[in-house]
Write a protein that binds this ligand. Sequence first.
Ligand SMILES: *[C@@H]1O[C@H](CO)[C@@H](O)[C@H](O)[C@H]1NC(C)=O
Ligand SMILES: *[C@@H]1O[C@H](CO)[C@@H](O)[C@H](O)[C@H]1NC(C)=O
Ligand SMILES: *[C@@H]1O[C@H](CO)[C@@H](O)[C@H](O)[C@H]1NC(C)=O
Ligand SMILES: *[C@@H]1O[C@H](CO)[C@@H](O)[C@H](O)[C@H]1NC(C)=O
Length: 499
Amino acid sequence: MHQRGQHRQETEVTSSSKLPMAKPALLSRNHYVAVIAFLILCLTAVLAFISRSISSCTLSASLPGLTQRAASSLHDQVPEESSSQANGLELVRGKSIVLVSHELSLTGGPLLLMELAVLLKRAGGDVKWITNQKDTERNPTSQGLEAKLIKNGIQILLPRGSQTVEFVKLADLIVLNTAVAGKWIDATLSDNISEILKKTLWWIHEMRGHYFKLDLVKHLPQVGAAMIDSYATADYWKNRTEERLSITMPPTYVVHLGNSKELTEASEDVLARGLLRQHVRENLGLSDSDIVFAIINSVSRGKGQDLFLKSFVTALDLIEKTSPDKRQINLHAAIVGCDTTPNKYEMELRSFVAERKIEHLVHFVNKTMNVIPYLAAIDVLVQNSQARGECFGRITIEAMAFQLPVLGTAAGGTKEIIVNGTTGLLHPVGKEGMPILAQNMVQLVNNAAFRASMGRNGHGRVQERFLEKHMAHRIGQVLQKFLPNKNQYPRSFSAHKLL
Ligand SMILES: *[C@@H]1O[C@H](CO)[C@@H](O)[C@H](O)[C@H]1NC(C)=O
Ligand SMILES: *[C@@H]1O[C@H](CO)[C@@H](O)[C@H](O)[C@H]1NC(C)=O
Ligand SMILES: *[C@@H]1O[C@H](CO)[C@@H](O)[C@H](O)[C@H]1NC(C)=O
Ligand SMILES: *[C@@H]1O[C@H](CO)[C@@H](O)[C@H](O)[C@H]1NC(C)=O
């Protein structure tokens, strides 16, 4: 509890004067290449297989976005001389680490583990990867991702078999990714399991009820530690495991995620951002002065697009009533993350828009591998996830990197990212949140300076605690419990032990 209090204190935002300025850009060849690459990605819209997104967490939250970036971070081979790039994970040098993923696909969970795999490899770890899926479940996507792991010097192990068991027994650390990966333990290991569990770190990103099943998580009390993306989710796991399953959580660490290097670089490239903004706006038929509020998430009731659109209509009415000059109303909504074949929920959204005759103001955009063009093009991100909210919601920190204010539900990880009134505004979940979201939208429409200062504050907060290096340091601190370290490194980034 005490440590949580400290955490709350730390969430004070830095003054914007400390924020690093975006560097002025010349149209260098690199920029040009980056811009063209983004434009191509931006046009490569549909990505049906992303719909396999498995949970309410970072996974589906990151759905339209994470993918290409995470995948592209694996393009380059690990440099030979990697030890010079300290990333807070130096203590893994020479250690044998086995990462276990429940699948290998372009969804948030596996891609996050791939990012970690590369970070651990760069820090000098001997990294091995297991995908707990059948041979028949292999497909071009999983093979492509596997090839990227191999290219980065990461060895792929079969999910089962004596060789795998030997590696696991000898390993210094095993990282299980997602609650679902629990199935692998019983399927693969038999005797002496407690020794293996002791050196296992379980990284959990889920918050839905159906993950609280004994056959998935019965070994949780025996693992060395659990690592969870937000305090809200960690609290929920503690509660649910006790109440529902009568099991006790192991030592649990909250590790907030960070933005990938690629997203960070794109967000700092002022020229590319401007060109992407122009390009996307032209495609959607928007002018530069239109103010665009967007939800970038899978289209599903849990993400609250319906409530968002209703709030949008209320905001339009409010502006119409109060605006001295009605011609100045230039408020737009974008729903980014539609399926190739619209689902029932999306059809509901579309008929709502048609009934209200606001088709010209609401833009439905297909799922995309790359959210960067949309983050560059919009003015405000709306994170309207309902019920317990997002487990973490990586899109929130991605938007903040692009200096966007975020209007978010006061639930889940979102509450731990947004500083209400400073980097964005919070509204309650459910119907009672709708009028407040509408008012918050009006407030941002009417006050460009407020939008801009919130965007700058959000960017500052990301620079301070939501970059890849911060995540790496936080994970490094958790790994210290497993891998007694030889090399001391600064303790300036704290992963807070919760339970
Ligand atoms: C289990 O562990 C014990 C003690 O660590 C060891 O003697 C034994 O050989 C192990 N059994 C197997 C099957 O590995
Ligand atoms: C879990 O949550 C419920 C409802 O919010 C509460 O009544 C209960 O005391 C909590 N249990 C634990 C173990 O925290
Ligand atoms: C989005 O998907 C729909 C349905 O497949 C398709 O008709 C439409 O052309 C796509 N839009 C874009 C911009 O690719
Ligand atoms: C957010 O701040 C506003 C005032 O800026 C306040 O009215 C509202 O209650 C706050 N919401 C939460 C969830 O703290």
